[in-house]
Design a protein around this ligand. Structure first.
Ligand SMILES: Cc1cc2nc3c(=O)[nH]c(=O)nc-3n(C[C@H](O)[C@H](O)[C@H](O)COP(=O)(O)OP(=O)(O)OC[C@H]3O[C@@H](n4cnc5c(N)ncnc54)[C@H](O)[C@@H]3O)c2cc1C
Length: 304
């Protein structure tokens, strides 16, 4: 659906009147994703509290306005045409509250790295390995973000969400966490979660977190804009090895390049369009399939 400018302005004023939120019209999304590509959102809406977020989704459902949630934009490819509709970002929802020892209520806009820091400082263990993963808690649930032996889904015990405009609660197990996947569908927004960690010694947690950050610094020497690993690993086979075996490291389309440092990363060398990134992804998939017979699937999500 493409809205005319009058309709977008009308929606913006309605949202400003009825929801406690920042509402921006024709907002560029380039600065809101780690690839630094993509066009504008007709509307970018950032609710200022949980209640406002619930009101917002009820309104979006009532008017049947198309929407998507953008976390920190570290695992998405946003089209050059932007998003025709409402992009919701929970960047104001940043509260972390301890409920009982080791148990936390965490809003969806908290950064995962910050959550790991706060929990480690309190001696609560279980997510230190995830310290270097960029992005928000909401995105980490959807993607079941993971590093080392651990994934975020392992500690998620409950999810407060909005589904089709209605408040909804899910037990962690209902979200069917898998390898970089969950059962969170496109009509659901995660507003807050509960996690359960193991209470242990503060120094142990702090040192594990530090090790995870240091390991990442050494292992991922990629300094250009990227979305981390683009392709999913296959059982027993790393995607980067397949890409390397097809001599695709360093391969370029426009301003997008298969990283010379890490063959499963695609970097923006400075002036890439989203279309360059998308074309390079498709080229890698085609070449790997042609030469090895393996169909590579993407880990990143397309927002368009
Ligand atoms: C340099 C780099 C390194 C990385 N390393 C790792 C790694 O080691 N392990 C790993 O697992 N990932 C890694 N990633 C990928 C990425 O950081 C994770 O997938 C992260 O969890 C995505 O969070 P986000 O907030 O940026 O989500 P986004 O990229 O904004 O969104 C991802 C998906 O989740 C949806 N979404 C986001 N928030 C919500 C919400 N509140 N409710 C409903 N849907 C939502 C979006 O619509 C989208 O479909 C890396 C990325 C980069 C750039």
């Amino acid at each position: 659906m493409n809205w005319d400018r009058d309709k977008v302005q009308h929606m913006a004023s309605l949202l400003r009147r009825q929801v406690n939120a920042d509402v921006n019209v024709d907002h560029p999304l380039t600065g809101l994703n780690s690839w630094k590509v993509g066009g504008c959102a007709d509307l970018l809406v950032r609710p200022r509290c949980l209640a406002a977020a619930q009101q917002l989704f009820a309104l979006l459902a009532a008017h049947r306005w198309p929407w998507i949630v953008l976390g920190s934009g570290t695992n998405v490819l946003i089209a050059d045409a932007g998003f025709p509709g409402v992009v919701v970002q929970l960047s104001h929802l940043k509260h972390i509250k301890m409920l009982t020892p080791g148990q936390y209520h965490v809003e969806g806009g908290v950064s995962l790295g910050e959550l790991v820091r706060v929990c480690a400082e309190r001696g609560d263990s279980g997510i230190e390995d995830l310290a270097a993963i960029p992005g928000s808690v909401g995105g980490a649930v959807v993607m079941n973000a993971g590093a080392g032996e651990h994934t975020f889904g392992e500690v998620v015990t409950g999810v407060h969400a909005v589904l089709n405009g209605q408040p909804a609660y899910f037990e962690g197990a209902e979200l069917k966490f898998g390898y970089r996947s969950s059962a969170v569908g496109p009509q659901m927004c995660i507003l807050a979660i509960e996690i359960q960690l193991q209470t242990t010694e503060r120094d142990i947690c702090v040192s594990r977190r530090k090790q995870a950050l240091e390991y990442r610094k050494k292992a991922q020497q990629v300094f250009q804009p990227s979305a981390g690993s683009v392709f999913r690993n296959l059982p027993g086979t790393c995607a980067w090895k397949l890409i390397d075996s097809c001599a695709l490291r360093g391969c370029k389309v426009g301003g997008a390049q298969v990283s010379p440092q890490h063959a499963n990363f695609i970097v923006n060398t400075g002036n890439a369009a989203a279309a360059d990134v998308a074309e390079l992804i498709a080229h890698v998939q085609r070449e790997v399939y042609r030469k090895t017979g393996v169909p590579l699937e993407t880990e990143i999500r397309y927002l368009n």
